[in-house]
Write a protein that binds this ligand. Structure first.
Ligand code: TA6
Length: 298
């Protein structure tokens, strides 16, 4: 893999990797290949754009998103680590998504795709945790590949939650159906984490949905008849899947999200949450891998 310092110019590959200032002069990388384009902010190592050539963008980005220190970007794929949800006196969803990651390597592949590796530098919030390293690899191809690798560098067990939290762009959320979670049990965050069981039919969205499906390693598919596409989310190293749409009331409570944007997005997230949290032994490594691809909806 090439390293940034060793290449005076972007690699002579069919595609291009360009480093530039994005919104609010935040550092970002734009990747273009023959198959797709992508954009990744160093802030949170957050993929904010992915688009296969000839298709509409895969990911939703709020028009009201903040791009500022200490604030998460509202859209794309936030990295949720080392905890999911609220923690007394601490930020929602951990701190990985509000710090600037370092880009360590990028490499073109013979098939014209690119992979870029980021790492999370030392940060104050980590001082109370067992020593760890966090690496994140993004593969830009005719699919979007994401791999979050956590290594326990301490001599104690490191318990953490992780979740890759993509906001998918959809034509009309009330028209999509989500399959792959039939009969799974879930924690219903709209009902004080009540434990419920999903039915046999694909999930439809007609109100706020905020569900942590447990003990599921299956792929999930979003069928979007408005945009005429299916989004397939395959995963490894993940026992939880989260499905979220804020619907009307929650949208109005989010300052970095427009009131009507709920109809154009849905989150299907892959991770290890709540009882599925990871207990990583000293010296061990855990990888959460997600592969997101699209097909035309026949
Ligand atoms: O996606 C599940 C969830 O935990 C929802 O409850 C909602 O809070 C969402 O994450 C977004 O969280 P954020 O902190 O980015 O507003």
């Amino acid at each position: 893999m090439a390293t940034i310092g060793s290449l005076p110019t972007p690699p002579r590959a069919p595609g291009r990797v360009v480093f530039l200032d994005g919104q609010n002069e935040m550092g970002m990388v734009e990747v273009s290949t023959e198959m797709s384009t992508a954009a990744i902010y160093l802030h949170g190592a957050q993929v904010t754009h992915f688009q296969k050539r000839g298709e509409l963008p895969l990911l939703f980005m709020s028009q009201c998103s903040r791009f500022s220190e200490g604030q998460p970007i509202r859209g794309g794929v936030p990295i949720i680590f080392p905890w999911f949800g609220a923690r007394e006196g601490l930020g929602q969803h951990g701190f990985a998504r509000i710090h600037e990651w370092e880009i360590k390597e990028f490499a073109p592949a013979p098939d014209g795709s690119f992979s870029l590796r980021f790492c999370l530098p030392e940060c104050p919030e980590a001082s109370t945790l067992p020593a760890f390293t966090a690496d994140y690899t993004v593969s830009v191809s005719d699919y979007l590949g994401l791999r979050l690798t956590i290594t326990n560098r301490s001599d104690t067990v490191f318990n953490f939650e992780d979740c890759l939290h993509p906001y998918f762009a959809v034509g009309d959320v009330t028209a999509v159906s989500i399959s792959g979670l039939a009969r799974r049990t879930y924690l219903d965050q709209t009902a004080k984490f009540a434990l419920r069981t999903e039915g046999a039919l694909p999930i439809r969205i007609a109100s706020e949905v905020d569900r942590i499906y447990l003990n599921t390693t299956d792929p999930v598919e979003i069928a979007d008849p408005r945009l005429g596409r299916k989004i397939l989310i395959e995963k490894e190293g993940s026992a939880s899947t989260v499905v979220w749409n804020p619907w009307v009331a929650k949208s109005q409570q989010m300052p970095d999200f427009a009131n009507d944007e709920y109809s154009r997005m849905v989150c299907v997230e892959s991770g290890n949450v709540a009882p599925n949290e990871v207990a990583l032994s000293p010296g061990e490594t855990h990888t959460l891998a997600v592969r997101i691809s699209t097909q035309t909806l026949a």
